[in-house]
Write a protein that binds this ligand. Structure first.
Ligand code: PLP
Length: 487
């Protein structure tokens, strides 16, 4: 089918403009509405302040590495050891990504095939289970063909694998669904125990973690979070894990970029202290959507069998983009970027406090600022929707000991990775805090039929909305997204 070009591309256009225009013309010739939605998504991201803590803006090189024929290749196995023919180029790409990941994070082993953060965690869980659980019995069963397993063998497998305990951070304290919570398979696979934050300070109390670990004696101790706004001392966690005989896993999905950029070193470097580390590649690390596992050499063989154990065939096009992103994250500019993410979050927290907004834990030591919106009489859902209507994209989030549940919530999670990629600094964080505070002040819940404040509906004064939207647009006008791309 012949591609439909919407506008002529000037001869002075940047390579990125030429590439994305041509790509969208080709997509548009096949299915115009998909190309339109892709164009509109760029317009949306350009016209709203992106403050979602788990999102970022990947480089054009990362994005373009995914849009090609590598996607057509099956490559089960690992470099040099594939179950499919014709994997030479995938081998070269995957080997490079693994080498880059190992050197960037100082890891003994890296597995770059996980399709997402959840998948990386599943690979890690199975690796730990098969390594730790009654190894001799499992080895005997593993050596058998699955068709030869007797009813007693199955019973033994289920009993051994299904009766293990994991301990992670409570969901409302900042933990993630995959750390043992019922809606995720981890909560069905493992018995679950949690540690939480101090009810007064909302900070992790390591003595409490130690006490809980001694009581529960989990097989797997997990540190890592989706919404905890502080750094974590992984040296102490490892001591606790060693004391109770647990394998120590860190899910650094959110803060991998801060580890890569050497903001988190020494006691705060998870790779140095954990037996196994999982991550996403698309949040602070600023790569393609995907996952990764880093581990000690003794877990490497099991981790490398992630596919077909729990994963489908690798995504070679995404692995190519991971290699590009890992190379980018190895450059000195990335260390500056990572430092600025954290400086910006601290500046944003301080500016919000000066606007009388309640900041959970009173500050931030990473890329997240967690806000309690109850003093405004709002739920997180109302605050999120009101802000989005005023040009600010962020997400509602539970706060510690939240009584509003995970749908309505009492908080907002605000992240600085994306606006830092745009080049914003402390002055812009003060402006963002002023925009957010002005919208929260001008938003009020409506009443339900029974006269109670609604958890979802609200009113926002028109003038406040228009003013906030104008301020957000001004900021974005000064820090444009992908200025090199003209669609
Ligand atoms: N782990 C943590 C700590 C996360 O915050 C997330 C995503 O929000 C994940 C895992 C899952 O990542 P993905 O959405 O790529 O599966």
């Amino acid at each position: 089918m012949k591609a439909q070009t919407t506008t002529a591309t000037p001869s002075t256009a940047s390579p990125e403009t030429i590439a994305f225009r041509a790509a969208l013309d080709v997509v548009g010739a096949a299915l115009p509405e998909v190309a339109d939605s892709i164009r509109q998504e760029l317009a949306d991201q350009r016209s709203h302040l992106k403050l979602i803590a788990s999102e970022n803006f990947a480089s054009p090189a990362v994005l373009l590495a995914m849009g090609n024929w590598l996607s057509d290749k099956y490559a089960e196995g690992s470099p040099g050891h594939r179950f499919y023919a014709g994997c030479d180029n995938v081998d070269a790409i995957e080997s490079r990504a693994v080498e880059l990941a190992k050197s960037l994070f100082g890891a003994q082993h890296a597995y770059v095939q996980a399709h997402s953060g959840i998948d990386a965690n599943l690979v890690a869980f199975w690796a730990v289970l098969t390594h730790r659980v009654e190894a001799p019995e499992l080895e005997r069963l593993n050596a058998k063909d699955v068709r030869d397993l007797s009813a007693e063998d199955w019973e033994l497998l289920r009993r051994k694998l299904g009766s293990q305990k994991m301990m992670g951070m409570a969901l409302d304290a900042g933990g993630h669904l995959t750390h043992g919570f019922r809606p995720n398979v981890s909560g069905k696979l493992f018995e679950y125990a949690s540690y939480t934050v101090d009810p007064q300070t909302n900070l992790l109390d390591y003595d409490q973690v130690r006490k809980r670990a001694r009581e529960e004696r989990p097989l797997l101790l997990i540190a890592g979070y989706s919404s905890y706004p502080r750094k974590i001392n992984f040296r102490i966690f490892r001591e606790i894990a060693d004391e109770v005989g647990a394998t120590f896993m860190v899910d650094m999905a959110h803060f991998a970029g801060l580890v890569a950029g050497k903001v988190y070193t020494g006691d705060f470097d998870p790779v140095r202290h954990a037996h196994i580390v999982t991550t996403t590649t698309h949040k602070t690390l600023r790569g393609p959507r995907g996952g990764m596992v880093l581990c000690d050499a003794d877990l490497a063989d099991t981790v490398d069998r992630g596919c077909p154990l729990v994963l489908g065939g690798p995504l070679p096009h995404v692995i190519a983009a991971k290699a590009v992103a890992l190379h980018e994250a190895s450059q000195p500019e990335f260390a500056t970027y990572a430092r600025r993410i954290v400086e910006n979050a601290a500046a944003l927290a301080e500016a919000l406090l000066s606007q009388d907004v309640t900041v959970v834990t009173g500050g931030s030591e990473n890329h997240i600022v967690l806000v309690d919106v109850r003093p405004f009489g709002l739920t997180g859902r109302q605050a999120e929707t009101a802000l989005r209507s005023a040009g600010v994209t962020l997400n509602r989030n539970v706060i510690p000991y939240d009584t509003n549940g995970s749908w309505y919530t009492s908080g907002l999670r605000i992240g600085t990775p994306a606006v830092t990629t745009l080049g914003m600094g402390a002055a812009e964080m003060r402006e963002i805090a002023a925009i957010i505070a002005s919208v929260l002040r001008a938003t009020a819940p409506t009443k339900t039929a029974s006269g109670k404040p609604s958890l979802a509906n609200y009113t926002l004064e028109d003038s406040a909305r228009a003013q906030a939207e104008g301020r957000a647009r001004d900021l974005l006008g000064r820090f444009p997204l992908y200025p090199e791309i003209e669609l």
